[in-house]
Design a protein around this ligand. Sequence first.
Ligand code: ATP
Length: 229
Amino acid sequence: MIEVKEITKNYGRKKILKGVSFTANKGEITCLIGINGVGKTTILNAIMALTPINKGQILINGETINKNMFEKITFIPDAITMLPQMKISDAMEFMNDFYTCWNQKRATELLGFFKLNEQDRISSLSKGNTAKVNLLLGLAMDVDFVLMDEPFSGIDMFSREEIAKVFTSHLIENRGVIITTHEIGDIEHLIDKVVLLDEGIVIKEFSAEEARENEGKSVVDVMREVYQK
Ligand SMILES: Nc1ncnc2c1ncn2[C@@H]1O[C@H](COP(=O)(O)OP(=O)(O)OP(=O)(O)O)[C@@H](O)[C@H]1O
């Protein structure tokens, strides 16, 4: 489980996170939602120990986060981190050399799942295929948790649908996923937990299934209620 406890984060005099708390379980997809600039990426960076927090605590499976957790958790950013002249196969080889938790069998399966050609160069990929390569590089790691920052950003509807399919496939396995997105419609039916952020705090954390079953409300219905008060 990832436990985010009362974290605060300031950039200079600007208070971005003012005591954010939520949990994300293994085997579940947790979605962080909030307007541009609310601090979603900052939260993901804090969980990865890439940015220091001012106060609070973040635990992964009971252990305080540190920079050596890259065998337990991986971060899929919204931009490709590989050099443009690399082929997809070079990027996979690089990951294989660098990470002991790289799972080549799953990487090959993901190539097929996303219908990617490993001989294609990163620089030649469409935005949709770049996002797929990013997901491939993250999901091929044998880690407990995968963080994804805006995996659908700027991608056409058909590619978004193709990408969304990976979340219901065996390739996600029993891992915990934390995702930030503005394209909630694409994955609304796949999400387990929703964390709504506003003005530096969590204003609601709820189970998508419970909202659906008990109150007959979609995630978007709950968002409208909460944000349009
Ligand atoms: N390194 C930094 N130095 C100063 N301010 C920063 C830095 N990184 C982020 N910020 C500010 O912190 C706030 C939160 O940024 P963050 O990227 O976490 O928001 P977000 O919710 O992910 O936004 P978006 O939906 O646009 O991706 C923004 O106002 C941003 O300008």
